[in-house]
Design a protein around this ligand. Structure first.
Ligand code: FAD
Length: 379
């Protein structure tokens, strides 16, 4: 049976799923509906770990990843800056690409395979009767998911820390985390280059700092000025660039059920995450691969494909969610870690989710472990 798929949302999840489905089934009608024009974006650059690139190449479609690879910035270590001292964690490969470049590549792949792309169209009413499958790929604030909160068993938790995404016209050598204490406040920045001259800069503060620094009553422009002041050295004197860079708390959304009738959730609509645990972009694309593979196995039996998708993908997502919660808790508690010496601090950070162990670090990051042993022998 030739199916009709309607995908709400032309982000990485929706576009990649549409492309994979149409490539496998040229007779299917696959349509993506996106509220923005094709070149509107936010988020500056997206990061993909070396492992993520391998997974996407092996499980998805190697050609698509190769196209992206040509425009990527790469590095082989992570930097943690604490008390102004840089600690390098060797053996952690990452790559980053401009989000708009990634979306353009995915849009091209969709066009080349015959996916219908409808831009500048915001769906307000969700009709699942004019298609066989309605895919909710409409992001973290998914209106399609929120139309059925009970059916999806949606759970929303607002965490304590506040953050905003910015860009900056400077290039950092590696994926870097900078931690600072200023006037009683604790500040963190996740920053990485995504072109030879531009970087993403995510600023985060804990709940105490939000109140004590006065950020809670500032405008977003004032908060940006404060970040430029606090991170002046890290920013190398450059201003932060805003693009929908408003401050908010981390909102974790999970869903007890991922499908209802002929509607299925993927990407940020299915759950939101924290950048410290892996890029939302990579997870969104892996969801698309998992749903596509479920359809490859189940054919046009939609209910069976949905069940298979959830059965295969949920254990991976649940494991990541548990790690994300531990990671978020570490950031909420970061003020208590600031007394640690730089290497010890980095070690505590790396072990925060329980996924990384001392043994794994010894194998994967031997230079860092040698430095740690010299700096502060572990008992
Ligand atoms: C401000 C911001 C900046 C970010 N920056 C980064 C970053 O630098 N690096 C990184 O790895 N991750 C970043 N993320 C996270 C990352 O963007 C997401 O995890 C990832 O994009 C999820 O992909 P998605 O396709 O599920 O959702 P999205 O990328 O959010 O795509 C959803 C799409 O649906 C469209 N849409 C929503 N509702 C409707 C509707 N009713 N009708 C039609 N279209 C609709 C939206 O316009 C959007 O294009 C950022 C997130 C935000 C909110």
């Amino acid at each position: 049976m030739a199916m009709h798929l309607k995908v709400v949302g032309g982000g990485p999840a929706g576009l990649y799923l549409a492309y994979l489905m149409k490539r496998s089934h040229p007779d299917y009608a696959v349509r993506v509906i996106e509220q923005n024009p094709p070149d509107a974006t936010y988020g500056f650059g997206v990061v993909l770990s070396g492992r993520a690139l391998n997974v996407l190449s092996e499980d998805g479609e190697a050609g698509a990843i190769e196209r992206l690879s040509a425009r990527m910035e790469r590095w082989n270590e992570q930097h943690i800056v604490h008390r102004g001292e840089l600690v390098a964690i060797d053996g952690t490969g990452y790559a980053a690409v401009e989000r708009l470049v990634m979306l353009h590549q995915l849009q091209s792949l969709c066009r080349e395979t015959g996916v219908e792309l409808d831009f500048n169209q915001r769906l307000e009413r969700f009709d699942d009767s004019d298609c066989d499958v309605l895919v909710a790929a409409d992001g973290a604030n998914s209106a399609l998911r929120d139309a059925y909160p009970l059916a999806f068993d949606r759970r929303v938790v607002d965490r304590l820390n506040y953050f905003a995404w910015y860009g900056v016209e400077t290039a950092y050598a590696a994926h870097t985390l900078t931690f600072l204490q200023r006037e009683g406040g604790t500040y963190c920045a996740h920053h990485y280059r995504y072109t030879p001259s531009k970087s993403t800069f995510v600023a985060e503060v804990d709940a105490h700092t939000w109140l004590a620094s006065g950020m809670s009553t500032m405008t977003d422009d004032e908060r940006k000025s404060l970040m430029e002041h606090v991170f002046a050295d890290t920013l190398r004197g450059k201003p932060l660039i805003s693009n929908r860079s408003f401050w908010r708390r981390w909102r974790l959304v999970t869903n007890g059920r991922w499908h209802y009738r002929n509607i299925v959730l993927i990407g940020d609509a299915q759950r939101s995450s924290h950048p410290s645990i892996g890029s939302g972009t990579r997870l969104a694309m892996e969801d698309a691969i998992a749903l596509w593979r479920a359809f490859e196995a189940a054919g046009s039996d939609i209910a069976s494909a949905f069940r298979r998708y959830e059965r295969e993908r949920r254990p991976v997502r649940d494991k990541l969610n548990r790690a994300a919660e531990k990671s978020i808790a570490w950031y909420e508690d970061m003020a208590t870690k600031m007394a640690l010496a730089p290497c010890e601090f980095a070690y505590d950070y790396l072990l925060r989710t329980g996924v990384m162990t001392r043994e794994r670090l010894a194998k994967e990051s031997p230079e860092f472990m040698r430095r740690l042993a010299l700096a502060e022998p572990l008992s």
